[in-house]
Design a protein around this ligand. Sequence first.
Ligand SMILES: NS(=O)(=O)c1c(F)c(F)c(-n2cc(CC3CCCCC3)nn2)c(F)c1F
Ligand SMILES: [Zn+2]
Length: 261
Amino acid sequence: ATCSLQNTNANLHPLWKGQLDIPGGTRQSPIDIRVRDSIFHPDLAPVKTHYDPNTCLHIWNNGYAFLVEFDDCTDKSVVSGGPLENPYRLKQFHFHWGVNNDWGSEHTVDSKVFPAELHLVHWNCTKYRTFEEAIMEENGLAVIGIFLKVGRHHEKLQKLVDILPSVRYKDSLTEFNYFDPSCLLPSCSDYWTYAGSLTTPPLTESVSWIIMKKPIEVDHSQLAVFRSLLYSAVGEDEKYMVDNFRPLQPLMNRTVHSSFQ
Ligand SMILES: NS(=O)(=O)c1c(F)c(F)c(-n2cc(CC3CCCCC3)nn2)c(F)c1F
Ligand SMILES: [Zn+2]
């Protein structure tokens, strides 16, 4: 079923209650990608990722999603090419998902919603000194977005799924080593790209978005484990971590480019 889910402010996670709209925001994310309106850019090179599994540090629950964080002190894990003018270092990856398989992604494609979406967050290490600085600057971040659909079991994702119970509560952290996120990329290199923002506070308009056209497949039980995580900390009344996606934002004066015809 395809439905363009319009979240009301009422049922959004408290994190977004205050900051749903950036006053004067002209390039907010996520957006609905209208395939017919996207413009093919023949000189858009393929996106090149090089990830070193040894840079994987830990996984933690920040009260809004679970983040797998990487050592970004060197250029060992980077993305380059595509719309990017230089390499960007991998800082973390995380997901957004729904309470069931009918919705959960942040971006949509011709109003089609996916059950989840993976974001690989990188920062522009050529222009800025730290991730925290880059997050506040134009072209500071490059985020690769990958849709998830329910289908075959994802072998390589299972290592991550198995560790999730250890970060069930907000602010819990556990060591997580030797994971190469390349295994989560779809086989097809086709993508859309547009200028946008973080979809969580501080919602800064610093992101070059790269949205892969093809989803990856995970099975129902793997997504079910995502939904067993909690927004709440130990001792607080349990609130399941589900529907941690931001509502669609207006395209305004932006063009989405595609790497494919
Ligand atoms: N959905 S998204 O747009 O891909 C996305 C991102 F791009 C992010 F960078 C973050 N992000 C937020 C912080 C805290 C920063 C800590 C330093 C000060 C600013 C906030 N770390 N990473 C994030 F949470 C997120 F969801
Ligand atoms: Zn995200």
